[in-house]
Ligand binder design. Structure first.
Ligand SMILES: CC(C)(COP(=O)(O)OP(=O)(O)OC[C@H]1O[C@@H](n2cnc3c(N)ncnc32)[C@H](O)[C@@H]1OP(=O)(O)O)[C@@H](O)C(=O)NCCC(=O)NCCS
Length: 126
């Protein structure tokens, strides 16, 4: 696992709050996945210059837990553009609020599809 964050600014940066916990008190994996989907969707909408929808998620890995109060940074990187599809690699990193050390917590590759006004696939760049 890398020990430094990906280059550039994160697509989203947020704080993990008590409302986002699982019954054990750590941050709920579904909340993290939704943040990752939001980050990938931001890149997809910008790339497609319009509506795009998640069609697949591959290789979802949870490396470490996230704790309440952590700053969570989502790095989304466009890795491939097809006819209507876009593959976007997303990593989440946590930084305890009283530390300057960041640790990778998740990674996955999202596939988004550019959609027309009827919700059908359309060319990304057309
Ligand atoms: C997105 C959607 C309109 C695509 O429809 P479709 O009939 O599968 O369209 P196509 O077969 O033309 O595929 C579109 C592209 O997606 C890709 N694709 C489709 N299913 C895929 C999958 N499971 N994994 C990876 N890529 C996939 C195709 O390869 C194609 O890529 P390309 O155009 O770059 O070659 C349709 O699948 C859909 O509405 N899905 C639900 C999306 C949704 O609600 N997401 C939110 C989830 S909470």
């Amino acid at each position: 696992m890398p020990d430094s964050t990906p280059p550039g600014d994160p697509t989203i940066r947020t704080i993990a709050m008590p409302a986002d916990t699982n019954p054990a008190g750590d941050i709920f994996g579904g909340w993290l996945m939704s943040q990752m989907d939001l980050a990938a969707g931001t890149v997809a909408a910008l790339t497609a210059r319009g509506r795009a929808s998640t069609v697949a998620v591959e290789g979802m890995k949870f490396h470490r837990p996230v704790k309440v109060g952590d700053e969570v940074s989502l790095y989304a990187d466009l890795s491939h553009v097809g006819r209507s599809s876009m593959r976007i690699h997303v990593e989440a990193w946590r930084r305890p609020r009283d530390s300057d050390v960041s640790m990778q917590v998740t990674e996955a590759t999202f596939t988004f599809v550019a959609l027309d006004e009827n919700g059908a696939a359309r060319p990304v760049r057309g």
